[in-house]
Design a protein around this ligand. Structure first.
Ligand code: ZN
Length: 70
């Protein structure tokens, strides 16, 4: 059972009690990410961000629902 009051990494789901998290903003929306997942944001942003389903992120291809479910 996870504590809903803790922020979680948007990519791996670990919370701030387990790993340091930093917050990022996108179009007014805040998301949290851990150091392990930060490289994805830096180097593979166009690939990883559609999976996070942030409202501010324009998804280029809507059929990207394949089998990439984390
Ligand atoms: Zn993470």
């Amino acid at each position: 059972m996870t504590d809903a009051s803790l922020n979680v990494c948007i990519n791996c789901g670990r919370n701030e009690a387990e790993i340091p998290l930093t917050s990022w903003r996108l179009a007014g929306e805040i998301f949290w990410i851990c150091p392990d997942c930060l490289p994805f944001l830096i180097h593979r942003r166009s690939e990883i961000m559609p999976k996070w389903r942030l409202a501010g992120w324009k998804v280029q291809q809507n059929e990207g629902e394949s089998d990439a479910k984390r």
